[in-house]
Design a protein around this ligand. Structure first.
Ligand code: BGC
Length: 400
């Protein structure tokens, strides 16, 4: 964490350190979730000072997965650093894509003394029994990145409709008519099933389909990708290319919802020697930004997950203090102003697709194309050297 921000946060949370009840509970042990490729931090207990160790503000995170790079690289360390800077203790578990394991993980985290639960849900509905258990135990729940359909969660995420909109706006501007392919993420994730497609439509996709200027080759709703897996997206895309070829159709553009699915789509295009029609993604993963620089992916909607992690960590500290969901505010200066919620630093109402109102913090994404790749370098997200690794010709300005 940036030292200036860390200092500001420590100041802001000094009161909390005194306010949190001092049960003297020993820091909880490491994650109990199923084994994962990149396991959550082992021995995740804080190594803070003696006085910090006495603070009983255990923030527990249940990750549904650790597959995409962002979770281990950006989200986790920023939640952990922020919680620990405020004198709290961080514990976590990875459910490795299993609904059942995630329910067990939440039980375990509660039994280990969680005072606040941060949930990255595998499935927006399957997680509800775990949320109920937390509520019964008086533990506030943060729905992290993905919505959970429960009125009592604090929803902290990026503007997911805005992400979809930014993806489609960029691709539609480049390819206003023609044959589109839609590659969606996991069907149990509302980002994949609801918010991103809503953003695509708001950008004009539906109107163009209705007008007949755009045809969805894998229509009407595109193809979901179980667990957002790259290999699965690649297989799906290979089948879509084969069918398009058989039908004599050319693929003009591909809307892929995130970077792991975009990598699969790009791998299928490479494997079939198809060339690279404009392709979208989101997250700002290293491999995808390299693809943007190399002309393989057209747009990558960058979600600076460092900032999301900080926001959730700070909100968790507030909740630990006993602050009501509606009164939670993010410390001034903690979150980069270009990413911070457009609606301000206090919790806002968010209307869910089921018609429930939850309190929320909705952070802002940034679309990245070859034209503005300098933003990810200037923002310290990736080095120029890494970004430009795959560039062989037509180097974008950021790589010159
Ligand atoms: C997140 C994306 C992520 C995907 C797969 C979505 O809910 O918003 O950032 O790439 O899950 O983990």
């Amino acid at each position: 964490m940036d030292k200036r921000r860390l200092a500001a946060l420590m100041g802001a949370t000094a009161i909390l350190v005194a306010a949190c009840s001092s049960g003297g509970a020993s820091p909880a042990p490491a994650s109990q979730g199923a084994a994962s490729e990149a396991a959550p931090s082992e021995g995740t207990a804080s190594e803070g000072t003696a006085s910090e160790a006495a603070v009983d503000c255990t923030v527990a995170v249940s990750w549904n997965n650790y597959q995409q790079p962002r979770w281990a690289k950006n989200d986790q360390p920023n939640i952990k650093d922020t919680v620990e800077a405020g004198g709290g203790t961080y514990i976590d578990a990875d459910a490795n894509l299993s609904n059942e394991q995630q329910l067990t993980d939440v039980d375990t985290l509660i039994s280990k003394g969680a005072r606040v639960l941060i949930l990255l849900a595998q499935d927006t509905k399957a997680i509800l029994p775990a949320v109920q258990k937390a509520k019964d135990a008086g533990i506030p729940v943060i729905a992290y990145d993905r919505l959970i359909e429960d009125p009592d969660v604090l929803y902290i995420t990026f503007d997911n409709v805005g992400v979809g909109k930014a993806e489609a706006e960029a691709v539609l501007a480049k390819v206003p008519e023609g044959n589109y392919v839609l590659i969606k993420g996991d069907p149990g994730d509302p980002n994949a099933s609801t918010f991103l497609p809503q953003g695509w439509d708001e950008a004009g996709l539906k109107a163009a389909v209705d007008a007949g200027t755009i045809k969805i080759l894998n229509g009407p709703d595109g193809t979901f990708t179980d667990a957002w897996k790259t290999e699965k997206a690649q297989q799906n895309m290979e089948a879509i290319i084969a069918k398009a070829n058989a039908d004599g159709n050319k693929i003009d553009a591909i809307l892929a919802e995130n970077d792991s699915t975009a990598l699969g789509a790009a791998a299928a295009l490479t494997g079939k020697n198809y060339g690279y029609p404009p392709l979208s993604g989101q997250d700002g993963d290293e491999a995808n930004l390299q693809n943007v620089a190399a002309g393989i992916q057209y747009v990558d909607v960058w979600k600076n997950a460092n900032e999301l992690g900080k926001a959730a960590g700070a909100a968790a500290l507030e909740l630990c203090k006993g602050t009501a969901l509606a009164d939670v505010a993010l410390p001034d200066g903690l979150v980069d102003p270009t990413v911070a919620p457009a609606a301000g630093l206090s919790a806002q109402d968010f209307e869910t697709p089921d018609g429930t109102t939850v309190k929320s913090f909705i952070l802002q994404p940034t679309p990245i194309t070859a034209e503005n790749l300098n933003l990810v370098i200037d923002g310290g997200w990736i080095t120029k050297e890494k970004l430009c690794e795959k560039v062989t010709e037509n180097a974008p300005a950021a790589c010159q």
